[in-house]
Ligand binder design. Structure first.
Ligand code: HEC
Length: 116
């Protein structure tokens, strides 16, 4: 009895997790790029350069972390990050990421101008 209840609960939980992970992977190349290339050094395990990319605000309209995102864009654009010894993203991945981040920053800025 106990075992059955335990099993069905953990299965439900697992299904929910897999579903969420799948959705994130399919829908958000932006987050995928960060998870794959950045968060191992700028996340919960290591916080290099005092920067936690996983914790930066994704609300670009509010714009609280815009200066950090601008720095992220600069580092990726210049090829400084991820560091040379790491697995390199492809040129396409870099271009798509930078384009997407640039659009987010600009949209956020435009929204803040409209609110004034
Ligand atoms: C192998 C570990 C590693 C990975 C992966 C990595 N970084 Fe870094 N990052 C560092 C280290 C170490 C520093 C700080 C020392 C330095 O300036 O080189 C740093 C510094 C930075 C800084 C500057 C912080 C500051 O205050 O000067 C930014 C921005 C940054 N990383 C963004 C990124 C982005 C974006 C990615 C993914 C594309 C990334 N990093 C991937 C190790 C890493």
């Amino acid at each position: 009895m106990f075992h059955r209840r335990f099993l069905s609960r953990s299965c439900l939980f697992l299904t929910a997790c897999l579903g969420l992970a799948g959705a994130a992977r399919g829908a958000e190349p932006f987050e995928t790029f960060l998870t794959k290339h950045c968060v191992s050094c700028h996340g919960p395990d290591k916080t290099k350069g005092d920067l936690r990319i996983d914790k930066l605000s994704r609300d670009f309209k509010l714009g609280g972390d815009t200066h950090h995102w601008a720095e992220v864009m600069e580092q990726v654009n210049s090829g400084e990050m991820p560091p040379k010894k790491e697995k390199r993203p492809t040129q396409e991945e870099i271009a798509a990421f930078v384009t997407s981040l640039d659009a987010r920053i600009k949209e956020g800025k435009a929204a803040r101008m409209r609110m004034r």
